[in-house]
Design a protein around this ligand. Sequence first.
Ligand SMILES: NC(=O)c1ccc[n+]([C@@H]2O[C@H](COP(=O)([O-])OP(=O)(O)OC[C@H]3O[C@@H](n4cnc5c(N)ncnc54)[C@H](OP(=O)(O)O)[C@@H]3O)[C@@H](O)[C@H]2O)c1
Length: 194
Amino acid sequence: MNHVLVLGANGQLARHTTAVFLRTTDASLTLYLRRAARLKNPDPRRVRVIEGDVLNLKTLVGAMTGQDVVYANLAGDMKAQAEHIVEAMHTSGLKRLIFVSSMGIYGEVPGEKYRSVLDPYRDSAAVIEASDLEYTVLRPGWFTQDEAINYRLTQKGEPFVGHDVSLNSLSDLIVKLAITPGLHVRESIGVSQI
Ligand SMILES: NC(=O)c1ccc[n+]([C@@H]2O[C@H](COP(=O)([O-])OP(=O)(O)OC[C@H]3O[C@@H](n4cnc5c(N)ncnc54)[C@H](OP(=O)(O)O)[C@@H]3O)[C@@H](O)[C@H]2O)c1
């Protein structure tokens, strides 16, 4: 059985993906978030909720005990967050990390110049890519509520294709990454709707 730690569990994509995990897998989830009272436990038999900040190393290491996969769905000071995640995973002996970033971090979107608003996404991805973890960095386009699950992937070094991606597509991909050993390991992939 898979044990998945969701960091930033009250985020829009994290909440959407939690529901897909519960609906389509038998994974056990640990939802890690600040101010945990905001989140109702969606299934107490399979879900544990931990209040914590990713920048609190002690709480983070504690939450990693017994996990198989870390899925980071964060925002804000992402470079420091990435550094804490890498250190905590080393301490815990965990290897598998799915880290949500953004399209554009390598200036890979045709017709769009790199913008400094992407610095936290670029810098955190660089921290992850420099680690020895079994990471997958996701570079999604703009999220939509489109029902369709229909996406294409682009590799680092290739131009990003498209602009949007549905939450349904992203959650489908994240769940597959979490439950399929070796899938897109040590890759940074662009994700967009077909
Ligand atoms: N929306 C789009 O179209 C789009 C496109 C490409 C990429 N992205 C990026 O994809 C990522 C996920 O998107 P989203 O919509 O799910 O983002 P979101 O709703 O803003 O969720 C991010 C979560 O990170 C949490 N967080 C921030 N700092 C933290 C810390 N130190 N410790 C613990 N949790 C922390 C926030 O918690 P609090 O609630 O406590 O603040 C928030 O719940 C974001 O980085 C977003 O910018 C979004």
